[in-house]
Design a protein around this ligand. Structure first.
Ligand code: UDX
Length: 447
């Protein structure tokens, strides 16, 4: 991992919420020279962190938190009000899960702001890092004013959304393309500039906007990326019917700099804790503002259809599913993480089981989480074990190690040599050479 030199005057930073975003933020702030306290109401989590244990798998995070970079500058605590005492900046990194209506549940955000405000008597910026709907800052300001009976000249609210990809969050946090800060007061902008100085000096672009624009821009980015993925998946359905190749279509599109190749990979669709929740929340916000953003409904519909399309391929290959064994390779929502939240792969597992197929699964990191989520899924310690006696292997998450599999051995242990490739990981020559019937996504099958 590269390092960012700490420059300028250190600030005192509190980070409320020690989930994915909070811990990466806390580690980054300490690494660039600030004094940081990470706060969480979950005592057992804080105890684990105090013991030098990272509560989840994220490449480079353990080193960021407990390695050489930020010695003595990072501590952990449970009570927000006491922990923020003397802080210049308080990051709110608590969860904003979706309510049944799709709207973001902001109870934890409000509570974090209330508890932080009660402990802040000096000048401080309270920063929304969690993804929140446009308009939340206004509510936060109201909350602060209630705590302080109206006199809140010492407090400012800012929006500083995260753009961290799981699996690359540490890299994204230390070396971001851009840092977005929305605020109203000049001194709040100034504090945020000082805070991020080591990172901006290393080349990251700082974009400053009003606060509502920053809030909305974050949702706009995630919804647009999801839109690109759904566009690719819609094209895949079309290519399958027309006899065209979606990979080649995406390459042609991607060679146009105005479009770009990233996020045009057709497959099982998007999952994870951000996209599904953020699109719902954005859709809901638009409705509340009186705009019918129906385009987002289509994005969601196409994404759900992507899983069904793989079921159709497995059924096409196997005829009846009831007496068949299927093996899923990859259970996390994407490679490089143990996170299975809203994983398309687990949605597929549940659907295959519902259709009567037996289902085994292998994942290099997410096996335990997957077992908890879908108990009927039989977890195996190796891909070959998962494939033993299976009538069809489905590539559901494109972990790099699957590209290195011994295909001859895989073929040998399976009941039928059939692969449904939900992530277009394999190529035709390799499949043909090993005698597999091959059902890729958005490309012609090899039967
Ligand atoms: C995302 C955003 O990228 C990040 O900026 C934001 O702050 C948090 O949400 P993350 O959820 O970690 O990050 O995953 P990302 O790498 O964006 O992938 C999201 C999903 O889209 C995954 O399920 C992935 O498999 C899928 N995907 C991605 C595709 O199906 N096709 C693609 O071409 C790209």
């Amino acid at each position: 991992m590269h390092t960012v030199a700490s420059t300028g005057e250190p600030l005192r930073v509190a980070v409320v919420g020690t989930g994915h975003v909070g811990l990466v933020t806390a580690g980054t702030m300490a690494a660039i020279g600030h004094h940081v306290v990470g706060v969480d109401s979950d005592r057992s989590k804080i105890e684990r962190l105090e013991g030098g244990e990272c509560p989840f798998f994220e490449p480079g995070l353990h080193e960021l938190l407990f390695g050489r970079q930020g010695p003595g500058r990072l501590e952990f605590a449970t009570g927000t009000t006491a922990a923020v005492d003397g802080a210049d900046v308080v990051f709110i990194c608590v969860g904003t899960p979706a309510r049944a209506t799709g709207e973001a549940n902001l109870v934890a955000v409000e509570q974090a702001a209330r508890e932080a405000a009660a402990g802040l008597s000096g000048r401080a910026v309270i920063v929304e890092k969690s993804t929140v709907p446009a308009g939340t800052a206004h509510r936060l300001r109201q909350t602060l004013a209630r705590v302080w009976r109206g006199s809140i000249d010492h407090l400012a609210v800012a929006s500083n959304p995260e753009f961290l990809r799981e699996g690359r969050a540490v890299e994204d946090s230390l070396f971001p393309d851009r840092i977005l800060v929305g605020a109203e007061e000049d001194w709040a902008f100034e504090t945020m500039r000082r805070l991020y100085q080591p990172i901006t000096e290393a080349g990251a672009r700082l974009i400053e906007t009003d606060i509502t624009t920053a809030e909305l821009a974050k949702h706009a980015c995630n919804a647009y990326l999801a839109l690109k993925i759904s566009y690719a998946n819609a094209l895949a359905r079309l290519c399958e019917r027309a006899g065209a190749d979606v990979e080649a279509v995406a390459d042609v599109m991607g060679s146009d700099a105005r479009i770009g190749r990233q996020f045009l990979n057709a497959g099982l669709g998007y999952g994870g804790y951000c996209f599904p929740k953020d699109i719902q929340a954005f859709r809901r916000l638009a409705s509340e503002l009186g705009y019918d953003f129906g385009l987002l409904d289509e994005v969601v519909r196409i994404n759900e259809d992507a899983v069904e399309s793989v079921i159709d391929k497995v059924r096409e290959a196997l005829w009846n599913l009831e007496d068949k064994r299927t093996a899923l390779f990859g259970l996390s929502f994407k490679p490089g993480t143990d996170d299975v939240r809203f994983s398309p792969s687990l949605k597929l597992a549940a659907r295959l089981i519902e259709e009567g197929a037996a289902c085994t699964g292998y994942d290099p990191e997410a096996a335990d989480n997957a077992a908890r989520e879908v108990p009927a899924l039989e977890i195996c310690p190796t891909p070959y074990e998962a494939a033993r006696g299976a009538h069809c292997v489905v590539i559901s998450t494109e972990w790099e190690e699957f590209a290195q599999l011994d295909l001859a051995k895989l073929q040998e242990v399976m009941a039928y040599p059939i692969i449904a490739d939900g992530r277009n990981l394999f190529d035709y020559p390799a499949m043909r050479a090993h005698g597999f019937a091959y059902y890729p996504t958005g490309r012609a099958p090899l039967t």
